[in-house]
Design a protein around this ligand. Structure first.
Ligand SMILES: Cc1cc2nc3c(=O)[nH]c(=O)nc-3n(C[C@H](O)[C@H](O)[C@H](O)COP(=O)(O)OP(=O)(O)OC[C@H]3O[C@@H](n4cnc5c(N)ncnc54)[C@H](O)[C@@H]3O)c2cc1C
Length: 287
């Protein structure tokens, strides 16, 4: 077990994100991915936090399971939405008492088809403060290279992200497909006097279904040149995946060459794309 702040001091980090499975089949898929990715010795892995009550309990269970059953450092995601301050406090205390030292503090999105209340803490920065009150955690936050969809302007987004990151230890970005968006974010934060580590979030495109919609929801541009390359081989799933991996590898190289302190792979609980990008980058293990 280690604090991500210490890990980041050692050099470039390579981390993976998973979500808690809902079905026995999904559980088996995740177990396989974890087994196949563990030999890469990721710097840490993170587990997302969902909207429903049972999903939320699964985040806790999976984070604690990774801590006990693997050699990997886990980080728990936690969102403000739908929670009172007291509930959030209780969740963080449970993590502290279970020996978890890393939390990603997020605002979250109120689900449209749910009666989940909006939540007592309006912004992630307040969750950062709450986590600090509970214990000595390494605290990460989200950053949005292309401004967050609810932000009125890029300047407002950069300002609020800088204020949030000033109180946190590091940020992990939303996914993006053009390196320039990442560098623009880092420069924007520096202009506000914040130079804490900003880890780049990488989403390899492994299939065409859903990626455009997902990008739209997160406010990420799905560039025409990438769409053209993918649609040109659209009826061959293997070729789509190969193009996705090739482009993600190029993006990773550009980010590392430009000084990104870490890459965070959105694995979607699959190992293949991440393994292939690792191989293309010439990486064996991260630690
Ligand atoms: C790495 C990563 C992991 C994620 N994991 C999860 C997950 O596990 N579960 C999940 O549900 N979602 C997750 N998300 C999505 C995230 O919850 C959404 O993007 C959410 O809409 C915003 O979260 P945030 O933490 O950036 O929110 P905030 O920092 O609260 O910002 C939300 C909006 O409010 C604005 N804002 C912030 N502070 C102020 C202020 N003081 N005044 C006015 N405006 C302000 C911001 O500019 C932004 O537009 C993740 C995102 C990333 C990048």
């Amino acid at each position: 077990m280690a604090k991500i702040t210490d890990i980041l001091r050692r050099g470039v980090s390579y981390s993976f994100e998973f979500f808690p499975p809902r079905t026995p089949e999904a559980e088996a898929t995740l177990e396989r991915a974890l087994r196949e990715l563990e030999p890469l010795q990721p710097s840490y892995v993170s587990v997302t936090y969902g909207a429903g009550g049972s999903t939320r309990e699964r985040t806790h269970d999976l984070v604690v399971q990774i801590l006990h059953d693997t050699s990997i450092t886990p980080m728990a995601h936690l969102t403000c939405v739908g929670h009172t301050r007291g509930e959030l406090h209780e969740i963080v205390v449970r993590y502290r008492d279970a020996g978890i030292e890393n939390v990603l503090a997020l605002g979250g999105d109120p689900p449209k088809d749910s009666d989940l209340p909006p939540g007592e803490l309006p912004y992630a920065v307040e969750l950062v403060r709450l986590i600090r009150e509970v214990g000595d955690f390494a605290v990460g936050v989200a950053a949005h290279p292309e401004p967050h969809p609810r932000s009125p302007s890029k300047e407002a987004d950069r300002f609020h992200t800088a204020q949030k990151l000033a109180e946190a230890d590091f940020a992990i970005t939303q996914f993006f497909f053009e390196a320039e968006h990442y560098f623009d974010l880092v420069e924007g934060l520096r202009n506000h006097g914040v130079d804490k580590p900003v880890i780049a979030g990488i989403m390899p495109v492994t299939s065409l279904s859903g990626i455009k919609r997902m990008a739209q929801l997160q406010g990420s541009e799905f560039p025409a040149w990438l769409a053209d390359r993918l649609y040109a081989v659209g009826d061959d799933p293997e070729a789509v995946r190969a193009v996705g991996v090739e482009e993600a590898t190029k993006l990773c190289r550009a980010l590392l060459d430009g000084g990104a302190p870490g890459l965070h792979f959105y694995t979607l609980n699959r190992s293949t794309a991440t393994l292939e990008i690792y191989a293309s980058l010439g990486l064996t293990s991260a630690r």
